[in-house]
Design a protein around this ligand. Structure first.
Ligand code: PMP
Length: 347
């Protein structure tokens, strides 16, 4: 059941909803590209038709961008949709997936929906949630899918490409190593997509929800090895992404200035938060920063009283951490001021 809107909760507490700074869902504070909004307007009266050509155009544009074949690109409703396709394509009942803990919850949820089993590898706050092959391989027991998240949610740590290669080399032939790059645009490291083409056991997930600011349209994609094309084709939903989402994504891909500005703001804001917040933070390559604040539930609740919405990471198994998404420069400065007041108040 969807919860009550944050605006409604704010009003009840006497906070002007316009004064709210929402930094809890890693959304793009610049909003969508104006070109994407224009594309949606332009195509709004054509939604009685199936999105055949827009879907094909988007797949072709992404294939060109990443220098892979169109058969390797699968557009989906968000990266979440791609995770579901992977579960459907790869998992037989009882098959296992290996996921990071803490980590993005939907890998395990999707695996379970598809009658899979879940095991975990541990990333630790003690070393900044550092990611390497050894951490993953120590926990690996022949799972069908191994999920890597780079940058990692909720910490922002990255898995270096050499480590991805080492994991793929060391795992069984039947194991697919999936690199979730939902926050990839924000990181100053190379994408793992070239590995997809180099070998047949690595796939990569990407999304338009974050750097492209199109979260509400639900559009993402996966890049899979040629060898997986057939399995994907068997389980793919026809017209998996809608006309307006495809058109907006096509326009957003062309608006390189919007992406560059979004990435630059996130870089600035994560450095600002790390420097100015009165709490230890984890080095992040994403559009968010994990901070150790003590009782996360209490801090997130008190921050909300001051009109700043951040993510209490208790549900990630981190009851002493909050995740703060990067905002605009003005919003980030204001949020950090209010968070520092909150922390001082709570002592
Ligand atoms: N992967 C990670 C690591 C995420 O944090 C998210 C969204 N929070 C997703 C995938 C899914 O993104 P979407 O479905 O909006 O593309």
């Amino acid at each position: 059941m969807p919860g009550r809107g944050v605006e409604e909760v704010a009003r009840e507490r006497g906070i002007d909803p316009d004064d709210l700074i929402k930094l809890s869902s890693n959304e793009n504070p610049h909003g969508p590209s104006p070109a994407a909004v224009e594309a949606i307007r332009e195509h709004a009266d054509r939604v009685s038709a199936y999105p055949k050509s827009s879907h094909t155009d988007l797949t072709a544009k992404l294939a060109k961008k990443w220098d892979v074949s169109t058969e390797q690109v699968w557009v989906s409703p968000g990266a979440d949709g791609s995770i579901d396709y992977l579960s459907r394509a790869a998992l037989e009942p009882g098959d296992e997936v290996l996921v990071p803990e803490p980590g993005f919850a939907y890998y395990a949820m999707s695996a379970r929906y598809h009658h899979g089993e879940v095991s975990e590898y541990a990333l630790s706050p003690d070393d900044g949630f550092a990611q390497d092959a050894e951490t993953v391989l120590t926990a690996y027991g022949g799972e069908r899918i191994v999920y890597l998240t780079s940058p990692h949610n909720p910490s922002g740590s990255v898995m270096p490409l050499d480590e991805v290669r080492a994991i793929a080399d060391a795992t069984a032939e039947e194991t697919l190593v999936v690199v979730d790059e939902a926050y990839g645009e924000f990181a100053a490291v190379d994408s793992a997509i070239p590995l997809v083409d180099e070998r047949d056991d690595v796939a990569v997930l990407r999304t338009f929800s974050k750097a492209y600011g199109l979260a509400g349209l639900r559009i993402g994609y996966s890049v899979v090895p040629e060898a997986w094309g057939e399995a994907y084709a068997r389980v793919n939903t026809p017209f998996a992404a809608n006309e307006l989402a495809c058109r907006a994504a096509l326009a957003a891909l062309d608006d390189e200035d919007h992406v560059a500005e979004s990435v630059e703001t996130a870089r600035w804001a994560r450095e600002y938060i790390a420097a100015e917040l009165d709490a230890p933070t984890v080095e992040s390559a994403g559009n968010f920063v994990l901070a150790e604040v003590g009782d996360a539930e209490r801090v997130a609740e008190a921050a909300q009283e001051r009109g700043v919405i951040i993510r209490d990471c208790t549900s990630f198994g981190l009851p002493n951490h909050v995740r703060i998404s990067t905002g605009t420069r003005e919003g980030t400065r204001e949020a950090v001021d209010r968070l520092n007041e909150t922390l001082a108040d709570l002592g």
